[in-house]
Design a protein around this ligand. Structure first.
Ligand SMILES: Nc1ncnc2c1ncn2[C@@H]1O[C@H](COP(=O)(O)OP(=O)(O)OP(=O)(O)O)[C@@H](O)[C@H]1O
Length: 764
């Protein structure tokens, strides 16, 4: 690693050969991949450190756990990708000394060193011919060291990483609006420029055939000029060949632009969807969300289809309209007048059409919600024989949407009906008037001109009508943008995944005077709740149904953050902690856990980087799942379908526990995780609880008091308030509600219905 002495003027830079290599290889790659354990600043290698500091200067907190290295020593490209993934603008560049001298007041630039180290370039002085470097380890207020070209060249690879916050609207946090879409299109300006040039050229070429026809009629036919005919044939052949090639190239570019826009839109939509708060998904049916998001495809089709083709048609118009006036001004005015009338008709229908279309959107939303709900709840539908009711609901929703579509279609056909005769007048009317004018023309040139005009008028009519229709289509797309925005523009879970503190988590939890109410509820779910969970302890939460147990677990996961009072994790306010960092330190097992389609191994690893089969086996062993997995035909490669129908409830639950344990979380929350298990499965999980708990804070929410007796402390909740916190034995003595719950659950073991005699299961 290159050590840059603090408070030193120009001096030799000592190099500890190999040390950084080792640190980078050992420190970065293992830390970056260590399951769960948040990488600590001190333990990561110099290149990551330098990047963290440079990003911090721009207000962005990079996460070392998200760094993906292709090689042991982090390469410039990987580092740059890391910053880009966090939403920053970053480039890995190879630059010369003379360029370094230009970084006088820019933000820090990361310079990579030959030995795997790195430093921050914080400024430069062209007069003194030095740059100012700071070691990645130097304190924030430490002075930078002036280094000259010779000394830097001994250690520097010539590579630098430039970073800044992105200024583009096409950023992950930007709202989904027309402006955002326009910016998305603008980013394709090179391709659009090429398309425009090609279209303009093609438009110019379209003038030639009518002019040639005019010449053939006026000159060749009238004067029998064979040589002119031959020349015109040659021109036509060249024009056609050129037109064909250019048309092909234009289609190719349009295709590429379309695919790129499509990809960007889809990536953006999905990344925003994932960052919506859980609250949103709890309040909106899955079908509704999916329908709204499906509207994004209509927007994309509009952008790359109608909008683009109308834009190209406009180029054609700009070229053809002057030619039309050149050939015959009177006829040209007739065409323009017709176009204006068409435009007025379509504009008159816009408002009523918008209203009817809104009804279609509403009906479709309800229809999709019913479909989604039925698919998600199909087990309940079948079990309770609710098919007729669901069918009746579906029939009703389909009828409503059919009615709305019919009403819209009927109204939408009116402008079409009114526009068609005017379109005909535009073409045929001009022909008749043109023929009349030609008959009275004494020059003899009018006939050829009329042919040419007819050919051009046909080409002009289409774009003019298309332009009018674009306004109508825009209404629909405006509605589609509104629908997609109604999902995508909700407040996100955190302003950005790249902000917030990333403290080292130990597992101490403190609730102090915390009050929380769910939206649109009157009574608080938690009312001035205060308690303390020491790091590494086992903490139980009990209480009647609705007393606020799961709400405590939700707040700990940062699902809801709008509470009053304090919730601190290792002394840091939870609201200040980076959400992704927080959840990486947590493991959560719920009563009903969703397993994804894929192998058992994939489900346990759940796509976390750097984890292998042996990590999955270790977690499965800890969760008591190893034995049944090994008995399965394909062991860890056994395929699980969506919703895991081929696993029992107990097996599913143990897999979920293994999945929560694989990244070695600092805090493990079991929210009614064993409540629905059969006694045998529960016994297996309980038997492993102590082993699972070792080295971490365990929070167990449970109705079954017998599974909490080994806890260091048990919190008794009632109607959102803390009733008591104490170990099992103490609670039995002093907490009436706890005693009552205990005796209710163990009545069968105690004939006297009084003092508990049940022996809780031993946890081993
Ligand atoms: N998403 C939500 N939106 C609105 N209110 C909610 C929501 N979740 C819970 N509540 C309300 O908050 C209160 C506490 O609920 P919570 O789920 O925390 O209780 P609990 O003790 O875990 O209950 P149970 O043991 O039945 O799971 C209840 O009155 C419940 O109706």
């Amino acid at each position: 690693m290159v050590n840059i002495p603090v408070n030193a003027e120009i001096q030799a830079v000592p190099i500890h050969a190999g040390s950084a290599q080792g640190e980078a290889a050992g420190g970065e790659s293992t830390m970056a991949r260590t399951p769960g354990g948040p990488a600590e600043f001190d333990k990561i290698g110099p290149r990551l450190k330098a990047m963290l500091r440079a990003a911090r200067y721009h207000g962005v907190e990079l996460d070392p756990n998200e760094f993906r290295a292709a090689s042991a020593v982090p390469a410039a490209a990987d580092l740059s990708q890391w910053a880009q993934d966090a939403g920053m603008w970053s480039r890995a560049v190879r630059i010369r000394w003379s360029h370094l001298l230009r970084f006088q007041d820019a933000g820090p630039v990361v310079l990579l060193f030959n030995d795997g180290g790195a430093a921050l370039l914080t400024g430069a002085s062209a007069e003194r011919n030095v740059v100012f470097l700071k070691s990645a380890d130097a304190p924030d207020d430490g002075e930078a060291v002036a280094i000259d070209e010779l000394r830097l060249s001994q250690v520097w690879t010539g590579e630098a990483l430039l970073l800044r916050t992105t200024r583009s609207y096409v950023a992950a946090d930007a709202p989904f609006t027309l402006r955002w879409l326009a910016e998305l299109v603008r980013l394709e300006s090179h391709a659009l420029r090429d398309i425009t040039i090609a279209s303009f050229t093609l438009s110019v070429l379209t003038i030639l055939p009518p002019l040639i026809v005019m010449t053939v009629v006026n000159k060749v036919l009238q004067f029998n000029s064979i040589s002119t005919l031959v020349l015109l044939s040659a021109v036509i052949a060249v024009v056609f060949a050129y037109e064909t090639l250019l048309g092909h190239a234009r289609r190719l570019i349009i295709n590429v632009v379309g695919a790129r826009l499509d990809t960007k839109l889809q990536l953006h939509v999905f990344s925003r969807l994932l960052r919506l708060p859980l609250d949103y998904f709890e309040r909106h049916p899955a079908g509704e969300t999916m329908y709204h998001l499906a509207q994004v495809y209509r927007i994309r089709e509009f952008l790359t289809g109608k909008l683009l083709s109308t834009f190209l048609d406009m180029i054609t118009l700009c070229v053809l309209v002057p030619v039309m006036f050149y050939i015959n001004a009177a006829l040209a005015w007739i065409v323009l007048a017709c176009a204006v009338v068409i435009m007025l008709i379509i504009l008159a229908f816009l408002r009523p059409l918008r209203r009817r279309y809104q009804r279609v959107v509403d009906a479709e939303t309800w229809k999709s919600a019913a479909l989604g709900e039925t698919v998600v709840g199909i087990k309940t539908v079948k079990a309770l024989g609710l098919e007729p009711q669901r069918k009746a609901l579906w029939d009703e929703r389909v009828a409503e949407s059919g009615k709305a579509r019919l009403a819209f279609g009927q109204l939408a056909s009116w402008p079409q009906t009114l526009v068609t005769p005017i379109e005909r007048v535009m073409v045929l009317g001009t022909m008749l008037i043109g023929a009349y004018l030609a008959m009275n023309d004494r020059t003899g040139y009018m006939v050829g001109g009329l042919f040419a005009f007819m050919m051009i008028a046909q080409r002009v009519a289409q774009p003019l009508v298309g332009l009018a229709r674009l306004v109508e289509d825009y209404e629909e797309v405006g509605a589609a943008i509104g629908e997609a925005a109604s999902v995508l523009n909700r407040p996100l879970e955190s302003s950005s995944n790249s902000t917030g503190l990333r403290p080292r988590l130990v597992g101490e939890v403190v609730f102090s005077d915390l009050t929380f109410s769910y939206i649109a509820t009157k009574t608080p779910a938690l009312d001035r709740v205060s308690f303390h969970i020491p790091a590494g302890s086992m903490f139980g939460i009990v209480g009647r149904s609705g007393s606020g147990k799961s709400t405590i677990a939700r707040l700990l996961q940062g699902i809801n953050r709008d509470y009053s009072g304090f919730l601190k994790l290792d002394g840091v306010d939870l609201k200040e902690i980076n959400l992704r960092h927080l959840r990486q330190g947590l493991g959560v097992v719920l009563q009903d856990n969703f397993l994804f389609r894929g192998s058992i191994r994939d489900n346990i690893i759940a796509g976390r980087p750097g984890l292998t089969l042996s990590d999955a086996m270790r977690a499965a062993h800890l969760a008591g799942a190893q034995e049944f997995i090994e008995r399965m035909p394909n062991g860890y490669d056994t395929y699980i379908e969506e919703g895991s129908p081929n696993l029992s409830g107990g097996q599913k639950q143990r897999l979920a526990i293994a999945r929560a344990l694989i990244h070695d979380p600092t805090i493990l929350i079991l929210d009614e995780a064993t409540s629905a298990l059969d006694p045998e499965s529960e016994a297996v999980v309980s038997a492993n609880l102590m082993r699972i708990a070792s080295g971490r804070t365990m929070i167990i929410v449970s109705h079954r008091l017998s599974s909490l007796t080994e806890c260091d402390n048990i919190l008794v909740m009632d109607q959102g308030k803390v009733l008591d916190v104490a170990p099992h034995a103490t609670l039995l003595e002093r907490c009436a509600l706890y005693r009552q719950l205990w005796s209710q659950q163990n009545r069968h073991l105690d004939g006297r219905h009084g003092r508990p005699v049940a022996v809780p299961p031993r946890l081993v």
